[in-house]
Design a protein around this ligand. Structure first.
Ligand code: SF4
Length: 354
């Protein structure tokens, strides 16, 4: 599948082994939700996130113990880049930088006096560590809320550019920016506006998007709209659920836009009155069975002979349903007819052998 989305050109930063911005592929990130001070628990969750396809993982650093734990985490986990999420306290940033963190998320305007900001910027610069400025509609500066009459896309952009200026005045440009709101329209508007004003790479997401169903829809619309306009260099789906699900949802958004290739792609019909097999059950079973399959393969699961053979022929492996049976296709060729009771088994066997 080709895509016509021309990505906006941005500057590039290096987060451990992952590049964000420029021509780098759009990366998918998530955040752990266990106590950062509990190293075994954190490492276990990071392992699961990696298995799900996560490329950058962020950890909350609420106190100095969490910042100290980064040393042990970085010692054991050398593959995936780790980002420290810090609010206000410059000492936590310095401790994380000393312990080998790959990126920090901190807003320089919230750190306090310039001496503290300088210490963080100098330590980041010395180690080549990027900083993400993360503006959230829920925690905008009082002056901006007064100026714009409440949270708005303009207020978020002005806040972000204020933080950017502090870094630029210290000759620091290894910056990534995010502008998150739980309101999808405000998020989209804010990123569009920011993209027109600077060329820093953007971390895109809809924050506090909600539970799996509403969060997936909001994220797909918010992140998807921006990516389709070429805006966004790294994404995080925010869900009130297991972080692994944020990762798989993020990957699905990229795949739906043709911005990520590879892996299993399942095409299945919605079924209608022509369908004479239990296609929904079959599609669900196949999806679950292939959840961790890394094979690059397109599978068509179609209910009948109207669109079925056409789609099934375009896929690597496909079925087109009949009366309690289905025709199995491989690369457009009919292989055999399979009774409904054996369909999932036979389909998975074909996929495995493909
Ligand atoms: Fe209906 Fe057949 Fe189309 Fe599925 S493929 S929606 S069963 S017409």
């Amino acid at each position: 599948m080709s895509n016509s989305f021309e990505k906006r050109m941005t500057s590039q930063v290096k987060v451990g082994s992952v590049l964000i911005g420029g021509n780098a592929p759009i990366s998918v990130q998530s955040m752990t939700n266990v106590d950062t001070r509990d190293t075994p628990l954190v490492l276990d969750q990071i392992r699961r996130l990696k298995e799900a396809g996560c490329e950058i993982v962020r950890l909350a650093i609420p106190d100095i113990e969490a910042a100290k734990a980064i040393a042990a985490i970085k010692k054991s986990e050398k593959q995936i880049p780790i980002v420290a999420d810090i609010h206000f306290d410059y000492r936590l940033a310095l401790e994380c930088l000393n312990n080998g963190i790959d990126k920090i998320r901190i807003n320089p305007g919230n750190i306090g006096d310039m001496d503290r900001v300088k210490q963080v910027v100098t330590a980041s610069k010395e180690r080549g560590i990027p900083i993400r400025i993360g503006v959230n509609a829920g925690s905008l500066e009082k002056e901006l809320l007064a100026k714009f009459g409440g949270p708005s896309s303009q207020a978020m952009v002005e806040s972000a550019l204020g933080h950017v200026k502090i870094l630029e005045d210290l000759n620091f440009v290894d910056t990534v920016i995010s502008l998150k709101a739980s309101d999808v329209s405000m998020t989209i508007e804010a990123y569009r506006l920011l993209a027109s004003k600077c060329s820093y790479p953007l971390h895109v997401g809809v924050t506090e998007a909600g539970t799996v169903k509403s969060g997936t829809i909001k994220s797909a619309i918010g992140i998807g709209t921006l990516l389709a306009e070429g805006i966004g260099d790294t994404i995080r789906v925010s869900l009130t659920s297991a972080p692994e699900l944020e990762v798989t949802t993020g990957i699905s958004i990229l795949k739906a836009l043709g911005l990520r290739k590879g892996g299993v792609e399942i095409i299945s019909c919605p079924t209608c009155g022509r369908c004479q097999i239990d296609l929904i059950e079959i599609a669900e079973q196949v999806e679950v069975a292939l959840a961790n399959c890394k094979k690059e393969i397109k599978i068509a699961i179609m209910g009948c002979g109207v669109n079925g053979p056409g789609e099934a022929k375009e896929a690597d492996i496909g079925i087109a349903g009949g009366a309690g049976t289905a025709i199995l296709f491989r690369k457009g060729e009919i292989i055999r007819k399979v009774p409904q009771s054996d369909l999932v088994f036979e389909l998975l066997k074909e996929i495995e052998n493909f």
